[in-house]
Design a protein. Sequence first.
Length: 241
Amino acid sequence: MSRASDVAYEMIRERILSGALAPQTQLKEEELAELCGVSRTPIRDALRRLEAEMLVRRTDTQRTFVPDWSADEVEEIFTLRALLESHAAARAAARITAAEIETLERHNDEIEKAIHGSIKLDAEAFVTHNRHFHNVLLQASQSERLIKMRSLIVEQSILHRTARNYDKAGLSRSHADHEELVLACRAKDSEWARSIMDNHIRRAYHVTLGDMEAMTPPPVEAKTPPAKGSRGSKAEIALVK
């Protein structure tokens, strides 16, 4: 894989995960080539890699889009994430080093600043340090298999959108879960860590689900035309003309 392809892959991936490229956005090779400062060949290579990771979708007409996840897909993503990350947390609690615990605490301190450091939530900082926190636990699990399996689950773009819809109480609960995970790691209690992580991911799922439902427009009630032979009101007659 060429260096240009790697650059294009990282740039496009980051924009999808951050939400800068929104769901249903069509990805055109010529526009991406200009954005990334490369030719179209590396863009094609990058898009193939992103398609393999399910970060982009290709239609039958060979057009490429940022996927818009369905409620069923989101449930599956969070279910798989809960299974993998709760197991990773359990392994990490038994294997984590003092230096890694300090790194967890540092990222969680930054999460607290993102939540309470100003009047407005710093969503970018929250998402960044939340990702780092979870990645440290994954690394501490000392399982390459888990790390590779976790990398195939796409939730960062969903998390980015959901972070903006948490209220401060919800964000503070997330921060408190992290604090408890640190305590479980210090105590080397794998089952405690597993339980906290499972609850942590399931809570995030329900926030995401509520966000998706809020964004779904209500069904439009069909108008029933007047019965044959009925004159109906003027408004009703106008509706069926």
